[in-house]
Design a protein. Structure first.
Ligand code: CA
Length: 290
């Protein structure tokens, strides 16, 4: 045998060994390449709040960057903790740190990710089931079958007991499907701007999109933002700029469906983000689909 005939199989065996070692290293932590999501400016809430010695163990204590403070519910048949990420994220993994304390046992709790704060909503998917007590160390849970999309991350425990979380961290990346443009333009100029720079003026076809657009609208300088909803006055109906009919709507209670020509729809930037009829010549900030 030549020298290379002997060495080549050895070399491949070595590569295989390195591969196995790397695999075992990565499976214990979060998959590489994901950013840590900033959580101390997000909003957390939970099923109940435990109070002792004048301290309220509120949900936000799991996000304050301090391992010595924790959120704590009271024992109930179902306990949960939820963070609203105030945006759409692709989430790869969640890590939970807890101190070593007798009443902490999260085994069987599920980590849920979705776009509704209702934990049993149809669009909620499971990231992982917690299989350790999470006591006395930082435990990382990678989302099974790949990263999950969502705005709300929930630790959901329906096997009586309580949910204690000293510190929660997660990795992923933000996705921004809508963009507020802080320029005051007429409806048509807004439409041209969106179509040139992005995809289109936004169309809202469901409650979920209404929620996203409402979040973006809160940052506007003007009391209303333009939506891609136009009135076809010759035929007397409303239609989205992506040619979709209006099945979901959020009109303000006193707004009638009929309008004069040159009317378009704008969203109120405060309150419940209801829709109002506005003259096509009014100038507002606007929201593009990107
Ligand atoms: Ca904490």
């Amino acid at each position: 045998k030549t020298r290379s005939e002997v060495l080549l199989p050895l070399f491949f065996f070595f590569l295989f060994f390195v591969f196995l070692t790397l695999l075992s290293l990565t499976s214990s932590g979060c998959s590489p390449g994901w950013e840590t999501i900033k959580l101390d400016d997000k909003v957390a809430f939970q099923s109940s709040v435990y109070t002792a010695s004048g301290v309220n163990y509120t949900a936000d204590r799991a996000l304050d960057g301090d391992n010595t403070t924790g959120s704590h519910t009271v024992p109930q048949p179902i306990s949960w903790w939820t963070v609203d990420l105030l945006g759409l994220y692709e989430i790869s993994c969640i890590s939970i740190y807890n101190v070593n304390q007798d009443n902490i046992d999260l085994r069987g709790a599920r980590i849920l990710i979705g776009n509704s704060s209702e934990r049993n909503a149809a669009d909620t998917t499971e990231c992982a089931t917690i299989n350790t007590t999470t006591k006395g160390e930082n435990n990382t849970f990678n989302c099974e079958n790949g990263p999950k999309w969502g705005r709300y991350v929930t630790v959901y425990k329906n096997t009586s007991g309580l949910v204690i979380l000293c510190e929660v961290t997660m990795k992923g990346r933000k996705k921004e499907p809508f963009k507020l443009i802080k320029e005051n333009k007429t409806w048509e100029d807004a439409l041209y701007h969106c179509r040139e720079e992005h995809m289109d003026l936004v169309s809202i076809l469901d409650k979920e999109t209404q929620g996203w657009v409402g979040l973006e609208a809160q940052k506007a300088d003007t009391p209303f933002v333009w939506l891609g909803l136009q009135y076809i006055c010759g035929f007397g109906f409303w239609i989205w700029v992506n040619d979709q009919c209006v099945f979901f709507d959020q009109w303000a209670p006193d707004e009638t469906r009929t309008a004069v020509c040159s009317t378009r729809a704008a969203m109120n930037t405060s309150g419940n983000h209801l829709w109002y009829k506005k003259s096509v010549y009014d100038k507002y900030n606007f929201i593009c689909a990107v």
